[in-house]
Design a protein around this ligand. Structure first.
Ligand code: SAH
Ligand code: TRP
Length: 323
């Protein structure tokens, strides 16, 4: 087997340093907030994999259905030599693309990038075993910072799946799409998965499942703060809240303090007080409409050339050309 190359663009202490900076700002804000990338330590990545298998969590299955139907078309349209995947996680659905691009005979290189070093290393190793002859070049990094360092021969398809773009705020999203466009040459491709606006209850239970896995995933960010910054959050005293915001068309995840608490965070030399019922904002997951995402892509220098949905119109996958 060919060993995968894994470049690490995050220093060993990146988590501790950047987390400290984010936590210092976020926990002093009103309302208190924490940025979502801190969910994904080894345990967080494992919990997310469990979420993808929950009966309520439809996005993974819907996107896999589209990829199953359209991977051949994506391969023949793009003729990609390199498949880059941002926020790749386990790269499980991505295998449908790797299979189709191999069958088309154009693919040389796979470049998964993720902030979670455990998820990245496992996925890169598994793909290197299962796709002999394919150069697997993993990158441990942050897709909001490290796009300029991506290797790979043109033409490339950059895949950003799972609806992860919905976890960015609108201004962050615009900046992110422009930065992707900036590293591509005209004629290269962006394959973007976007969860769609639908009835509120379907979305709500996808982010508040009966088995409580999503609640555990949300609370995991407090375990990360306890471990990395020596904080003393009483994790079980926080409950999971998933709220639909009809104005912004996003679902908002929060952690509600079920009692008044004082939390000390030695690494920040900081004490944070929570009132009973106070909510810490952890994550949004925006839902999209075709017209809106077409405009956002155009504003960033992409022409949306193909648009597909699953058979129940829950999820959209678009293939866009850099212009
Ligand atoms: N693409 C997979 C995983 C989606 S979950 C799927 O569709 O199932 C989101 C993934 O993005 C996680 O693996 C997480 O570690 C990664 N991620 C989140 N924020 C990131 C960031 N700022 N930079 C790089 N990866 C990030
Ligand atoms: N990209 C996923 C999504 O927006 C991430 C996710 C799934 C998530 N479930 C979550 C984030 C629960 C926070 C809380 O669907």
């Amino acid at each position: 087997m060919t060993e995968p190359v894994v470049d690490v663009h995050l220093a060993e202490d990146h988590a501790a340093r950047a987390l400290a900076a984010d936590a210092r700002v976020g926990l002093a804000a009103n309302p208190k907030t924490l940025p979502p990338k801190w969910f994904y330590d080894a345990r967080g990545s494992e919990l997310f994999e469990q979420i993808t298998r929950l009966p309520e969590y439809y996005p993974t299955r819907a996107e896999r259905e589209i990829l199953g139907d359209r991977a051949g078309e994506i391969a023949s349209t793009s003729q990609a030599h390199t498949l880059v995947e941002l926020g790749s996680g386990s790269s499980e659905k991505t295998r449908l693309l790797l299979d189709a691009l191999r069958a088309a005979g154009t693919l040389h290189q796979f470049v998964p990038l993720d902030v979670s070093r455990t998820a990245l290393r496992e996925a890169a190793a598994a793909c290197a075993v299962d796709y002999p002859g394919l150069t697997v070049h993993g990158v441990v990094g942050d897709f909001t910072e490290h796009l300029a360092l991506l290797p790979g021969e043109v033409p490339r398809v950059v895949a950003f799946l799972g609806g992860t773009i919905g976890n960015l705020l609108p201004a962050e999203r615009a900046k992110f799409l422009r930065s992707v466009r900036h590293v591509l040459e005209p004629g290269e491709w962006l394959l973007l998965g976007t969860d769609l606006v639908k009835d509120v209850e379907t979305v709500r239970v996808a982010y508040d499942d009966a088995a409580g896995v999503t609640a555990e995933f949300n609370r995991n960010v407090l375990h990360v703060l306890n471990r990395e910054l020596g904080a003393d959050f009483d994790v079980s005293a926080f409950s999971h809240v998933a709220l639909w915001d009809p104005e912004n068309e996003w679902i908002e995840m929060r952690l509600r303090a079920e009692k008044a608490m004082r939390v000390t965070i030695p690494a920040l030399d900081m004490t944070v007080s929570f009132e009973e019922g106070e909510e810490l904002h952890t994550e949004i997951s925006a839902k999209f409409r075709r017209e809106g995402i077409t405009t956002e892509l155009a504003d960033a220098g992409f022409e949306l050339t193909r648009w597909w949905t699953d058979s129940a119109d829950r999820f959209g996958l678009s293939l866009s050309r850099a212009v």
